[in-house]
Write a protein that binds this ligand. Structure first.
Ligand code: ADP
Ligand code: MG
Length: 324
């Protein structure tokens, strides 16, 4: 288990991590989500004792990282832009890590096998592709057979096969009862991988909930309606107790009613409809709403559409949306 309490990191005026309190539990994959610059990597570095908190505390199974004897046997981590000593072979890189952490040498071959690098074990790491380097970083994280694993943006730059492999591995590690904490700025990826979600924006905690709960609470369905007789339709819908919101470009979004019900209401009152379409809010949209207030810097480059709304394609989850 990883426990954070009031964890805070300032860089001068900048508050990179702001009073984070949450626990990462064993047996599930916990996704650590937030837009770029939200403070995910800084938080992970503090968990590993690589960065000193300005305030607050973080413990690994009740202890600070620097109090762990042979830390790689407690927690293994793949940090963003993992730097490997390029002149060493994959085998020797891992061997050196094993020897400095009291880990049996046979583990080196085992983890190289697990990550599929056995065939290139003797090759120098500096010749590795991004995907191979990522696999080597994961091998290093697994080396001490730790109960806690932490991965910072592990799928960055990987091809679909590599992404699928990492996703499967993380789930398998959690199924073995380990604590798995993985960061991403990609909604679509987390939705497929994580059982639990911790969401941050501008260093602050925005949500700490199960994925199932998040989906249940955020998969709002509504009906999109356009009509040239807007005022009349609004009267009729309000009269029928339907909640209606403005959706921009003259469209309306009606909640708590089906497309059939709205179509029949409109027909009864002889109102012409130009559009009547059932919609399902995606997880991406839910995250955009959740983090909307923590992206002031985007508001400077994109005109605001309305209170709490993020223009399509301008949100901090733009990467996801482009992936479709
Ligand atoms: P994420 O991993 O979620 O993208 P980071 O933890 O890398 O976010 O960064 C959080 C914020 O802290 C960013 O605004 C970043 O510019 C700032 N930051 C991170 N590391 C440093 C540092 N060493 N010095 C100054 N600012 C930093
Ligand atoms: Mg990062």
């Amino acid at each position: 288990m990883i426990e954070l309490e009031g964890l805070t990191k300032r860089y001068g005026e900048k508050v990179a991590v702001n009073n984070l309190t949450f626990a990462v539990r064993p047996g599930v994959v916990t996704g650590f989500l937030g837009p770029n610059g939200a403070g995910k990597s800084t938080t992970m570095r503090m968990i590993l004792g690589l960065d000193r908190p300005t305030a607050g505390d973080v413990r690994i199974d009740g202890r600070h990282y620097d109090r762990l004897k042979d830390p790689l046997t407690y927690i293994g981590a793949l940090l963003e832009a993992k730097s490997v000593h390029g002149g060493r072979s994959a085998y020797h890189h891992l061997l050196w890590m094993a020897q400095s952490n009291g880990i049996p040498t046979r583990r080196v071959r085992e983890v190289l096998d697990t990550v599929g690098l056995s065939a290139v074990a003797g090759k120098k790491a500096k010749g590795f592709s991004l995907g191979m380097s990522q696999r080597l970083g994961i091998a290093a994280a697994l080396l001490g057979d730790p109960r806690i694993l932490m991965f910072d943006e592990p799928v960055n730059g990987l091809d679909p096969e590599g992404i699928h492999w990492i996703r499967t591995l993380m789930k398998a590690l959690a199924a073995e009862g380990r604590t798995v904490f993985v960061s991403s700025h990609l909604m679509s990826e987390m939705a497929l991988t994580a059982d639990h979600l911790v969401v941050i924006g501008q260093g602050r905690l925005l949500a700490d909930t199960s994925m199932a709960d998040f989906i249940a609470r955020n998969s709002r369905s509504y009906v999109r309606v356009r009509t040239p007789q807007r005022e009349r339709l609004l009267d009729v819908l309000h009269g029928a107790g339907v909640t209606v919101a403005e959706a921009g470009s003259g469209a309306l979004e009606a909640d708590g009613s089906t497309a059939e019900q709205i179509g029949e209401l409109a027909a009864r009152h002889q109102i012409v409809l130009h559009e009547l379409s059932p919609q399902q809010a995606s997880l991406e949209e839910a995250f955009m709403r959740l983090t909307a207030e923590s992206v002031e810097y985007h508001a400077q480059t994109a005109p605001a559409v309305g209170a709490g709304q993020v223009p399509p394609g301008q949100g901090q989850w733009g990467d996801d949306r482009r992936r479709g």
